[in-house]
Design a protein around this ligand. Structure first.
Ligand code: ADP
Ligand code: MG
Length: 343
């Protein structure tokens, strides 16, 4: 070890991953695509590929058991992994689940976690095929790997967006983040006085979006039915701004996203305003919506036009034109990712 000391915060998450992995060379032909997308791609047969992705959730960093019931946590962990396979236009088929637990947790609590895992596995039709169990000194850590399958011709990387393509999102955005604000507020109220019952009335939709998000497997089905293969795709786990920038960087293109086109549910907007938050900021920089962000060729527009599950929010431009967010006054603001920064 040299004497040099670089702080993690100087590199950031992606800088760190790059620094640790850039000396690794590909040794096997079966490794089609490794680091840098929602899932890695492995050759399976002449026509099909295996997809694999892995994710780690740490108590106190990614979840707080004060308002996240273990059953929901289990469900959400599977949904988030299935979502990464969806982002490659694939179908998840297997998961492995590894846990590290402290003796703070009774067996019944872990059974609850696995109840949620099972509900999600049933819903998304994936098989639990293994994992690992270890003890931890404090708290709970969950690590999940997911395997999926995709017709090789239909794989959607982050890198395929072309100038003039349309930028589309599924569903609506910002709800999970605003739901988290409601849960945090009620936690504060509870901490101050445990006799007060949480007031979650009228916030069902956004709280469900935070506690029980769904992977958009249905969108993968719709795209197939409509005969649309996106030119690029990513799932929205860190906020729209950060994900749009990932696509633009990987595809070496620019973009224009239109503020007023971003789909936000009415209860999300109302509650955001209650918290003095701008609803669009919640959509751009809030996380955990698990919607899909993708680009399509303009020639496919007729196929998705009027589809209630998909909204065109902008278009791809030349790389030199930059990455911009156009607000209601038609002024263009440079896109910045302010999503979760784990360091
Ligand atoms: P996502 O947001 O879709 O979960 P990440 O941002 O976690 O993806 O990771 C970006 C890429 O870096 C992925 O291809 C992932 O597999 C890879 N990666 C992340 N951490 C490591 C690591 N410690 N070692 C090797 N590869 C990593
Ligand atoms: Mg992802």
């Amino acid at each position: 070890m040299s004497e040099e000391r670089t702080e993690l915060e100087n590199l950031g998450e992606f800088g760190l991953i790059d620094r640790l992995t850039n000396k690794f060379e590909k040794k096997n032909n079966s490794t089609v695509f490794g680091i840098g997308d929602d899932a890695a791609v492995i050759a399976l047969s002449d026509t099909e590929s295996t997809l694999i992705s892995t994710d780690m959730l740490i108590e106190g960093v990614h979840f707080n058991l004060m308002y996240m019931p273990l059953k929901h946590l289990g469900y959400k962990a599977i949904a988030a992994n299935v979502s990464d396979i969806c982002a490659m236009n694939g179908i998840a088929e297997q998961v492995t689940v590894s846990i590290a637990v402290s003796n703070r947790f009774p067996v019944e609590a872990l059974e609850e976690l696995y109840d949620g895992i099972k509900t999600a596995c049933d819903r998304y039709k994936v098989d639990l095929i293994g994992g690992d169990t270890a003890s931890s000194l404090s708290g709970l850590t969950i690590s999940i790997s997911v395997l999926g399958r995709v017709n090789t011709e239909l794989i959607t990387y982050r890198s395929g967006a072309k100038e003039h393509d349309l930028i589309i999102v599924s569903g609506d955005l910002g709800a999970a983040y605003v739901g988290l604000q409601v849960l945090e507020r009620e936690k504060e109220v509870y901490n101050a006085n445990p006799n007060i019952q949480p007031d979650l009335d009228g916030h069902d939709y956004i709280i469900e979006r935070q506690l029980k998000p769904e992977a958009r497997l249905d969108i993968i089905g719709f795209l197939k039915e409509l005969d649309v293969v996106p030119t690029s795709m990513i799932d929205i786990s860190d906020g729209l701004a950060s994900e749009v920038l990932h696509i633009c960087k990987s595809s070496k293109v620019g973009c224009h996203i239109y503020d007023e086109k971003i789909p936000i549910d009415g209860t999300t907007s109302m509650t955001a305003i209650e918290f003095n938050l701008d609803p669009n900021t919640c959509a751009m920089n809030g996380g955990e919506d698990y919607e899909l962000l993708f680009t399509i060729a303009q020639s496919d527009y007729e196929k998705i036009k009027g589809n209630p599950h998909m909204t065109v929010i902008g278009h791809i431009t030349h790389e030199q034109d930059g990455t911009y967010y156009v607000d209601k006054n038609a002024s263009a603001i440079e896109l910045k990712a302010q999503g979760w920064n784990h360091f």
